[in-house]
Design a protein around this ligand. Structure first.
Ligand code: AHM
Ligand code: MG
Length: 337
């Protein structure tokens, strides 16, 4: 009987980002690597606490529903605090924008570096109590030449980001990252405490068989969206209908879309006039990852990464996924009044 021999050919997040940087001559200073190390450390902290909270909520280790409610709120705040502390301490950041905080944070000179990080520390947190996957989303800009770090450094088009990614807290923690050279996925090995490269060079299939929308909003959707959804649910033979998958946790819905293909959408509609998702730290990072994986990310009428934000918490209509599926949707926007 053969015994399972552990692989000794393991690539960790840090070594991978470093070697990619060296290969491209880009991250010669290692600053971006150190910044990403701070983010990955933070995500390990959050992953541990999400797991604890799940145990409390699902198995009921402690307290009544009231206590559980408080526990959940604490987790949002905790994730935000650890993220900010660790990014500040990294010495590599100048401006931070968090979904949890109304104003941007400007790092004091003593700790100041040349990167700006925009993030949603715990997205989909309404899902925590049910044990459903949640995640952290982040995007990174480099401060503009001569800038000491102002809000203008993050009010820039998404295509100016130098890195973006998310960490999904599920049965394992998965970190998916782009530094503009394709997309790689890493899985946290809890025993080693390291993210291991498990999904090198993720490519979205050019067409999928899954659509992912909150169809409960159909009565508010604009005509092109409803016409598109009808076309994939009632296709003319020999085509067959698409499957519906909607978790309601952007990280999980986008993660599945990157791996299996198909289309994810959260459009603006008659009720949410500008959409629901946030441009800077939800739409931009996911759009960057999608394009780097060979897919398309659009508002329906234009490329998401070309939008220039005017305020840090602004919202945006989002459709992203497999090239052919998103092109089909764009066609409906062009043809349906
Ligand atoms: P949040 O930042 O308040 O958690 O909201 C963002 C989440 C996304 O993860 C998800 O795609 C969307 O909201 C789901 O919204 P809805 O419940 O309206 O379908
Ligand atoms: Mg969010």
């Amino acid at each position: 009987a053969s015994e399972e021999v552990p692989s000794t050919n393991i690539v960790t997040l840090t070594s991978h980002v470093l070697s990619e940087g060296l290969r491209l001559g880009a991250a010669a200073t290692g600053d971006l690597t150190l910044l990403l190390t701070a983010i990955s450390f933070t995500s390990k902290f959050i992953a541990t606490n999400v797991r604890k909270a799940r145990l409390i909520n699902l198995v009921g280790l402690a307290g009544d529903t009231n206590v559980q409610g408080e526990e959940q709120k604490k987790l949002d705040v905790l994730a935000n605090d650890i993220m900010i502390n660790s990014l500040r301490a990294s010495g590599k950041t100048a401006v931070l924008v968090s979904e949890e905080l109304e104003d941007a944070i400007f790092i004091e000179d003593q700790f100041k570096g040349k990167y700006c990080v925009v993030f949603d520390p715990l997205d989909g947190s309404s899902n925590i109590d049910a044990g459903v996957n949640i995640g952290t989303i982040f995007g990174v800009y480099r401060v503009r030449n001569e800038s000491t770090g102002t809000v203008e450094d993050v009010l820039r088009a998404g295509h100016e980001m130098v890195a973006a990614g998310y960490i999904m807290y599920g049965s394992s923690a998965n970190l998916v990252l782009t530094t503009g050279q394709g997309v790689n996925g890493y899985t946290l090995d809890a025993a080693l405490g390291e993210y291991i490269l498990t999904h090198p060079n993720i490519q979205i299939p050019p067409r999928g068989k899954i659509y992912s929308f909150n169809e409960g909003n159909s009565m508010y959707f604009h005509p092109p969206v409803n016409a598109y959804l009808k076309s994939i649910k009632y296709p003319s033979p020999p085509k067959t209908p698409y499957s519906a998958r909607y978790i309601g946790s952007m990280v999980a819905d986008v993660h599945r879309t990157l791996l299996y293909g198909g289309i994810f959408g959260y459009p603006n509609d008659k009720k949410s006039k500008s959409g629901k998702l946030r441009l800077l730290y939800e739409a931009f990072p996911m759009a960057f990852l999608t394009e780097q994986a060979g897919g398309i990310a659009t508002t329906g009428t234009g490329r998401i990464l070309d939008i220039v934000p005017t305020s840090i918490h602004q919202r945006c209509s989002v459709f992203l996924g497999s090239r052919d599926d998103v092109l089909d949707l764009i066609k409906f926007y062009k043809e349906v009044p």
